[in-house]
Design a protein around this ligand. Structure first.
Ligand code: HEM
Ligand SMILES: [Cu+2]
Length: 627
């Protein structure tokens, strides 16, 4: 097993690995690096805004900072970090040896890295995107924004969209086929529901923004008029296309994080999640309704009021499925035997922050209130409560929870509580007062404000809070490093958790499961102590599959054993394809047919090698069952 699943030695193994665990950890590290970069950008902005009439930054520098901060956090941190968790955890939780398409998995990582670098190379040159993360025209059109900044944005998002698309397709197929026998859909961990829902949504949503970016690039460079009034175009079309993508995307970056809470929190309450079926269904329902609310980002654009009221209503309705999760979590805590661990504190704080962010969201679903609050700091407060509250706090809790599995070592619990206290206090000191600033009328995306407008003292408090929060995060990263080197050994299941990933050593062997388990319930490791059902999951006997790099595929709905898959080994093709695309898109940015053509040629060559006909292995082979 070790021989067929282990990585090739040296550079080829490092660049070529297709192991979902290695890829997952790379996703996590890279996304955290982007979080740090985006965080530093935020702190610079907060220094500028701490007092009135500050001159640290020019308006143009401020524009680039908040745009890159938003782009970084939304696109390069918030989704990739969750892809990291899901990549790492899915096969372990589902009871299989890898994702459905391991090379595609590596490709989605390398494309993400390449697109992130692409977006960032422009930053030191002073040509970073500067029209906000949603890049509205006409501000983003060539007429008002002639530099390369917006072209970087357009191409960068198209580039990243390829990564998201292949990653999402991989998750969907993995869920349908790569499970242990018996892992029927009513036994899936909620994080799997979250990532599955997000992935399906992304497959529908990402094309809208990629298309919009192609159209804007053409408007800017090839003389088309999709968004230009003078040529018969429609600036609002950008907003529609962007938010048809953008709103589902914000759910894609919170639903898997909510799934982490739904799976992690009950472990520390020592009981199963209350209302599993409702929570799973609510996850899906949120996304379905989430495709029908995009116009709530456009209430102030003068669309017909009757049309807008439908979107307003849908935005109110979406509070219902979100509230289901909240009630399920509260009930789980109330009826459980709680252990106050660091992951518990982070997961439980998600509930409170989610309620605050959710309520401010429902408030702006009302047309009348939104007209007052849109483009003020109220919105900045709202979006950070949702994004930091549901995504970042769940992620930090998730690291505390799953770090022992990933590394075999525990993070320090005592320091963890201080990290939590610092982050929680800092966060609320920084972002709660923004609600008041917004109601006082301070607009978002302004690089300064005059003394005497009544904004001064509050802004100083906010900046202090932001630094406290950043300090907490810094401490968290130090704790990771410390635990990695000298943390207490964890053993297979330090939290006494019920799901499959805790059934093996920490860190898991490269092939995950020596024998593919047969799953009989939703909580395979708690079967002896939960009432009802005398079925038992089986770990010691089952499919062995040790003739080369093999694993099992099951039928989509019931999880019955179906076929044996031969899995691909390490491959450098994903890295090469990402490089070739980098050159292609670089050529596009420089409007150079030569560089672009060269890149295209390289893409074709790599694809030809990737899809070259393989020797077909012998048709049937007898399945060996162990036990
Ligand atoms: C240390 C923590 C953070 C601080 C101090 C911070 C601060 C800020 C500031 C000052 C702005 C610009 C406000 C304006 O001028 O309109 C901003 C915007 C924004 N932030 Fe953060 N932020 C932090 C973390 C995050 C995280 C973790 C996310 C997402 C996961 C995020 C997402 C955004 C978005 C989407 C915008 C809007 C950008 C735009 O207007 O285009 N932030 N933040
Ligand atoms: Cu929305």
């Amino acid at each position: 097993m070790e021989a067929s699943w282990g990585e090739a030695p040296g550079l080829k193994g490092w660049f070529g690995t297709v192991d979902h665990k290695a890829i997952g950890i790379r996703y996590l590290i890279t996304a955290f690096v982007f979080l740090i970069i985006g965080g530093l950008e935020a702190l610079i902005m907060r220094i500028q805004l701490a007092e009135a009439d500050n001159t640290l930054l020019t308006p143009e520098q401020y524009n680039q900072l908040f745009s890159m901060h938003g782009v970084t956090m939304i696109f390069l941190y918030a989704l990739p970090i969750l892809s990291g968790f899901s990549n790492y955890l899915w096969p372990l939780m589902l009871g299989n040896r890898d994702m459905a398409f391991p090379r595609l998995n590596a490709l989605s990582y390398w494309l993400f890295l390449a697109a992130g670098l692409f977006l960032y190379i422009s930053f030191p040159l002073g040509a970073a995107p500067n029209s906000g993360w949603f890049d509205y025209v006409p501000q983003a059109s060539a007429e008002f924004n002639p530099g390369p900044n917006i072209d970087v944005y357009c191409i960068g998002l198209i580039f990243l969209g390829i990564s998201t698309t292949v990653g999402s397709a991989n998750f969907v197929v993995t869920l349908l086929r790569m499970r242990a026998p018996g892992m029927s859909i009513n036994r899936l961990p909620i994080i799997v529901w979250g990532t599955l829902t997000g992935s399906v949504a992304n497959l529908f949503a990402v094309p809208a923004v990629s298309l919009a970016c192609v159209m804007l690039f053409m408007d800017r460079n090839l003389g088309t008029h999709f968004f230009e009034v003078s040529g018969g175009g429609q600036p609002l079309l950008w907003q529609h296309l962007f938010w048809m993508f953008g709103h589902p995307w914000v759910y894609a970056i919170v639903l898997p994080a909510m799934g982490m809470v739904s799976d992690g929190l009950p472990v520390h309450c020592r009981r199963p999640l209350v209302g599993y079926t409702f929570v799973a269904m609510a996850t899906v329902a949120t996304m379905v309704v989430g495709f029908g609310v995009w116009v709530h980002h456009m209430f102030a654009t003068g669309l017909p009021t009757l049309a807008m009221s439908f979107f307003s209503a849908a935005s109110f309705v979406i509070a219902i499925p979100s509230a289901i999760s909240v009630f399920a979590w509260i009930a789980t805590i109330a009826t459980g035997r709680v252990r106050i661990t660091t992951p518990f504190l982070f997961f439980a704080s998600v509930i409170l922050l989610f309620v605050i962010g959710g309520v401010s969201g429902v408030m702006t679903a009302s047309l009348a209130l939104d007209w007052q609050l849109t483009d003020t700091y109220f919105i900045v407060a709202h979006l950070h409560y949702v994004l930091i509250g549901i995504n970042l706090f769940a992620v930090v809790g998730g690291i505390y929870h799953w770090f022992p599995k990933m590394t075999g070592r525990m993070m320090d619990e005592r320091a963890g509580k201080w990290v939590f206290a610092l982050m929680f206090t800092g966060f609320n000191v920084a972002f709660l007062p923004m609600h008041w600033l917004g109601m006082l009328g301070m607009p978002r995306r302004v690089y300064t404000y005059a003394a005497g407008m009544g904004f001064s003292g509050v802004n100083m408090v906010i900046t202090v809070g932001a630094f406290l929060f950043a300090l907490g995060l810094l401490w968290f990263f130090i704790e990771i490093a410390r635990a990695r080197i000298s943390g207490r050994l964890a053993g297979p299941n330090p939290w006494d958790a019920p799901t499959l990933e805790w059934s093996m050593t920490s860190p898991p062997p490269i092939y995950n499961f020596a024998i593919i388990p047969v799953v009989a319930s939703r909580h395979p490791l708690w079967e002896d102590r939960l009432e009802g059902g005398d079925e038992r999951s089986v770990f010691a006997e089952g499919f062995l599959l040790d003739r080369g790099k093999e694993t099992l595929a099951v039928t989509p709905l019931d999880g019955e054993p179906d076929v044996i898959l031969k899995m691909p080994g390490d491959s450098l093709l994903p890295v090469f394809l990402s490089l070739a695309l980098f050159v292609t898109f670089g050529g596009m940015l420089l409007l150079s047919p030569w560089i672009g053509g060269l890149g295209m040629l390289a893409v074709l060559v790599v694809l030809a090698v990737w899809f070259r006909p393989h020797a077909v292995t012998a048709g049937t082979e007898d399945v060996r069952v162990y036990g």
